[in-house]
Design a protein around this ligand. Structure first.
Ligand SMILES: C[S@@+](CC[C@H](N)C(=O)[O-])C[C@H]1O[C@@H](n2cnc3c(N)ncnc32)[C@H](O)[C@@H]1O
Length: 302
């Protein structure tokens, strides 16, 4: 099934499309053969075809989506774009490409397998001159966020409230806090302020990096942070970097964050490509192993 709603959101994301357009204009030379790996509606392939007299190969593995792109490109008279249905890693595209553009960037970066995809393409076509994006970093910034406080108040309020039927969650409130802290929330962080420098979690050199998995433990000690903003930076070219940081132009990727439980001072953030998921696990240290009170405590009025 062609996911019209999903693709419409991406087409409405002018920040994303302008960034890719400007980067392609910088990187693609006239005559280049371009591979758009994961073409979706074909929008990036269409843009690329305006920048080169060479062929643009638009590869999409979903049958209905490839067919949608094919029809749209033909109706737009973009005949130098060749749509190929199949997995960009394996499908035969004839002559090797000079430039690969791939917008297979997940909510936090690697979840759509951009690392494995670009690495496999580099192995198959060693002569590729450039990948757009060329790198992908995931970072974590401690923040003080009213959005995180409001979310926590509403979630913990639900578990604290007296329930019809007499069931009480009082004994499992710490578990609820911990579970909330392990979930990645996507929203708009308009009111957040920085509570310390951003820390890099991982950086991929696309095409060269073979392994997307990582695990990193961050310590927050007595930081006032009530949340950690997780975001990516993707340099698309020398001049253009796409970012999902809360202060960058807003994109359809939104702003991701995790809520810090009141007693927690370290968090381990990891990514596993086998299940294409991030995991976040908060822990308390001996010094912070006290009843939750004060600024982030359960007794706090929000
Ligand atoms: C995030 S969408 C982006 C679509 C389009 N490039 C754009 O920028 O609007 C990624 C697309 O890549 C396709 N895709 C992901 N991995 C692929 C692969 N290995 N081979 C072919 N298509 C792939 C998905 O089905 C999806 O349509």
């Amino acid at each position: 099934m062609f996911e019209a709603h999903h693709h419409a959101r991406m087409l409405a994301d002018a920040t994303r499309l302008t960034a890719f357009h400007d980067a392609m204009a910088e990187v693609i030379a006239d005559g280049d053969r371009v591979l758009d790996a994961g073409t979706g509606t074909g929008i990036l392939a269409a843009m690329a075809s305006q920048l080169t007299a060479g062929t643009v190969v638009a590869v999409e593995y979903l049958e209905d989506t490839a067919s949608f792109a094919e029809q749209a490109l033909r109706a737009s008279d973009l005949d130098r774009v060749e749509v190929v249905q199949g997995n960009a890693v394996q499908v035969d595209i004839g002559t090797p490409p000079d430039v690969v553009v791939s917008e297979t960037i997940g909510s936090l970066g690697p979840e759509e397998n951009i690392v494995g995809l670009t690495h496999a393409l580099r192995q198959r076509y060693p002569g590729i001159r450039a990948f757009i994006p060329s790198r992908l970093r995931v970072l974590a910034e401690p923040v003080v966020s009213p959005e995180a406080d409001a979310l926590r108040a509403s979630v913990m309020g639900a578990f604290t409230r007296e329930q019809p039927g007499g069931m009480s969650f009082a004994s499992v409130l710490p578990q609820a806090e911990h579970a909330l802290g392990s979930q990645i929330i996507t929203a708009k962080l308009t009111g957040a302020t920085s509570a310390g420098p951003a820390r890099p979690l991982v950086e991929y050199d696309l095409g060269a990096t073979s392994e997307a998995d990582f695990s990193r433990t961050l310590s927050f000690g007595d930081s006032p942070a009530n949340a950690v903003h997780l975001y990516f930076e993707a340099p698309l070219s020398a001049a253009v970097t796409l970012s999902s940081h809360r202060t960058a132009a807003f994109t359809h990727w939104g702003h991701s964050y995790i809520v810090r439980p009141p007693h927690a001072s370290t968090v381990t953030i990891g990514y596993r490509s086998a299940d294409r998921r991030f995991t976040c696990r908060w822990e308390r240290t001996a010094e912070s192993d006290q009843p939750p009170t004060g600024r982030h405590g359960l007794d706090r009025e929000v």
